[in-house]
Design a binder for this molecule. Structure first.
Ligand code: ADP
Length: 282
């Protein structure tokens, strides 16, 4: 269960980093009543000497969609990977704190953590030798589920949740890679949902898809938030505006501004945010 902490966000800008006291927060938001699912505090992430994330403090509200936007190389994917300890797998190191339900993610077994904090990647990656059914059931089987009824039930539920069931229900034995790109991405989402994650991280999940498939994925993201906490990285600002409740803008490894999506796209507080969303750079 999410903890009861009141949801609040504080941001220090690049200029603020030179001032000593954390009280130099220049933008902060309080959203009373919102539960915090995950939280990063003074997070610094490195790839060798590359300082990819700089003093990022950002809370992920439960049962909401948080969009991370910003130009290429600003640390969006790195932030996502810090949430489920994939940053270590990518060869990086970090300092600071990342918590899930108030517990440090480093205290979790990575396998258990990644079951609770699932991930969908930019490029759909169904297991190539497996059928549609087996792709969705793979995680459950890995967790020791053998009961055929339970497997069938979960596969159907997840394919329905991923808005793919009607398209594949008569061909569950076909190879997962026989599907179109958009269908493969929804299959990967179904596979992620099958192990009952609480948080779903999505790294540019629709960037390689056609507009119809993209619309399906966006509808899906929107519908999933009543049951899941979602963090989506996107370079597509219209997409962020359509699917998210909260938007965080990163630039050069720093969190510049975060707030309610509607406000971020209409009356951002920082000039850098405004310049980015109006297309002056990026
Ligand atoms: P974004 O998702 O916003 O495009 P990334 O998080 O991928 O940005 O990258 C942030 C910074 O970290 C960039 O400077 C990038 O070059 C660097 N970086 C990302 N992945 C690696 C890696 N595996 N090895 C070394 N540097 C990396």
């Amino acid at each position: 269960m999410p903890n009861d902490e009141t949801f609040s966000i504080s941001v220090r800008t690049a200029m603020d980093q030179t001032s000593p006291a954390p009280q130099s927060t220049v933008a902060s938001q309080h959203m009373p009543g919102q539960q915090v699912k995950m939280s990063a505090t003074d997070l610094n992430a490195y790839f060798g000497k590359t300082h990819a994330l700089k003093h990022v403090s950002l809370q992920v509200p439960a049962n909401r969609v948080l969009a991370i936007i910003g130009p290429s190389g600003c640390g969006k994917s790195t932030f996502l990977r810090c949430l489920n300890r994939m940053h270590e797998v990518a060869g990086g190191t970090l300092t600071g704190s990342v918590t899930l339900d108030g517990e440090e993610v480093l205290a979790y077994d990575p396998v258990v953590l990644r079951r609770r904090v699932g991930m969908v990647f930019q490029k759909a990656n169904p297991f190539p030798t497996m059928s549609i059914f087996d792709n969705v059931a793979a995680g459950l089987r890995l967790n020791g589920v053998r009961d055929k009824h339970k497997l069938r039930e979960t596969v159907e539920r997840c394919l329905r949740q991923a808005a793919l069931w009607d398209e594949v229900k008569d061909s569950l034995d076909k190879s997962g890679v026989s599907l179109s790109g958009g269908q493969q991405q929804r299959l990967c989402i179904a596979r992620t949902l099958a192990v009952d994650p609480e948080v779903v991280l999505m790294d540019e999940p629709a960037s390689a898809l056609d507009p119809i498939s993209t619309a399906k994925i966006e509808e899906l993201i929107y519908s999933l938030k009543s049951n899941y906490t979602i963090v989506i990285v996107t370079h597509n600002m219209q997409q962020a505006a359509r699917v998210s409740d909260i938007t965080a803008f990163f630039y050069l490894g720093e969190l510049i501004e975060v707030g309610e999506t509607k406000k971020m796209f209409t009356t951002p507080e920082k000039k850098q945010t405004e310049d980015y969303i109006t297309g002056r750079f990026g």
